[in-house]
Design a protein around this ligand. Structure first.
Ligand SMILES: NC(=O)c1ccc[n+]([C@@H]2O[C@H](COP(=O)([O-])OP(=O)(O)OC[C@H]3O[C@@H](n4cnc5c(N)ncnc54)[C@H](O)[C@@H]3O)[C@@H](O)[C@H]2O)c1
Ligand SMILES: O=C(O)C(=O)C[C@@H](O)[C@H](O)[C@H](O)COP(=O)(O)O
Ligand SMILES: [Zn+2]
Length: 353
């Protein structure tokens, strides 16, 4: 079992990684009420063993569940059961569940105790960590949300056993992101371990989750609320990625969309003279090696370019007509470049058509 602790401005977080990590749920006080939100398809029989005073809330997941109306429905559940600020919310599921449940936990009575239990690789390496919560609105990703740290993140690798390989692929896209802009060693590790990862070697996956969590926490500690131009690095591939999601009516999953987004943004970085020679090739190579899409042509849905470009205008990194772009400079390194919105839209059109 691996444990990482990190202090943020007003809170601290612990990440627990390993098989059977779920047993740590027993550390929640017996006198506290615990709301367990989980997708209907994920059984919580194992989880129940460690909780005394729990309320079982089976919910919808997937991008459709990230609609504000659904959050209000879940809040009503907490309200009707009389949850107070001393009580706990446990979010079990993929990134869509931790985004939505984290959001309601943060706004109900201005915040209940939150424990995230990611059950997808994407959740374990990224979504459950760092405190961003969010729901979609008017065809724009995560445009309503909060920064709210879970006190504990429990990444129990046993959940991977039931996870389809397609879901591992989507999560690996975010891990490749860390490799490309923050961690060359991780890039090299990924280059060597595709078979182990796709064959669900749990000890290799534990290393992947651990290295990813360290990268993410390091960045979030420096710039928890994305006000210092540092946390934007975690958004590499996401300006175009979120546009791809919006342009597909949210039918293209996040992991695939940011995969295409990373290639496109690496190309823009190169064309604007910020990325060293070879960055685009290395980006394309690692994503193709993991059988991830590298252009819109390999996606299963057609992209509505107008809608996609519309979403870019509403990106949360826009400041005064410029987009704060995290550009890769060489593998494992990056630079912030403030790109005029019109320039970026021009490049985006080239990638999306
Ligand atoms: N808050 C953040 O920092 C952050 C970071 C990255 C991504 N995200 C968000 O995360 C979302 C994507 O998350 P995701 O890829 O986990 O998608 P998801 O939550 O839709 O889960 C993917 C699929 O896997 C299924 N599933 C989950 N756990 C399973 C298990 N153990 N066994 C079998 N099936 C299982 C789900 O039911 C779903 O069908 C996007 O909305 C994205 O914007 C947020
Ligand atoms: O934690 C972050 O910061 C990230 O940007 C991580 C991303 O992988 C994630 O998809 C996040 O939800 C995107 O945030 P947004 O601010 O662009 O909505
Ligand atoms: Zn992401």
């Amino acid at each position: 079992m691996i444990k990482i602790s990190e202090d943020f401005c007003n809170t601290s977080t612990q990440v627990i990684i390993g098989q059977n990590a779920i047993s740590h749920l027993s550390e929640i006080g017996e006198n506290k009420k615990v709301a367990v939100f989980h997708p209907k398809k994920i059984s919580i029989d194992e989880v129940k063993k460690y909780l005394k005073n729990y309320y079982d809330f089976p919910i919808d997941d997937g991008e459709e569940a990230k609609d504000i109306s659904y959050s209000l429905k879940l809040i009503k559940d907490l309200f009707e059961k009389g949850f107070d600020r001393g009580d706990y919310v446990v979010a079990i599921g993929g990134g869509t569940v931790t985004d939505v449940v984290g959001f309601i936990a943060s706004i109900y009575m201005r915040g209940l105790n939150l424990v995230n239990v990611p059950t997808t690789i994407l959740g374990m390496v990224d979504a459950a960590i760092g405190g961003k919560t969010g729901v979609n609105f008017e065809n724009v990703k995560n445009v309503l949300g909060t920064f709210y740290q879970p006190s504990v993140i429990i990444a129990d690798l046993n959940f991977v056993k039931t996870l389809p390989v397609e879901e591992i692929k989507k999560g690996i896209a975010e891990v490749i992101k860390y490799g490309l802009v923050l961690d060359k060693e991780l890039y090299d590790f990924l280059a060597l371990h595709k078979e182990d990862i796709y064959n669900k070697d749990l000890s290799v996956l534990e290393t992947v989750v651990y290295k990813s969590a360290l990268n993410k926490l390091m960045v979030v500690k420096e710039d928890e609320r994305e006000t210092k131009g540092i946390r934007i690095v975690l958004n590499f591939g996401h300006t175009i990625g979120h546009a791809v999601e919006a342009g597909s009516g949210f039918k293209i999953p996040h992991g695939y969309a940011i995969s295409v987004g990373m290639v496109c943004e690496a190309k823009i970085a190169e064309e604007m003279g910020y990325a060293e020679e070879g960055v685009v090739e290395d980006t394309t190579w690692i994503l193709s090696h993991y059988e991830l899409p590298i252009s819109v042509d390999s996606l299963s849905e057609k992209i509505d370019v107008e809608k996609a470009i519309g979403a870019i205008t509403k990106d949360k990194k826009v400041r005064g007509g410029k987009l704060l772009m995290p550009f890769p400079t060489r593998i494992g390194d990056w630079k912030r470049v403030d790109v005029p919105l019109e320039t970026l839209k021009g490049f985006a059109e080239q990638c999306l058509r």
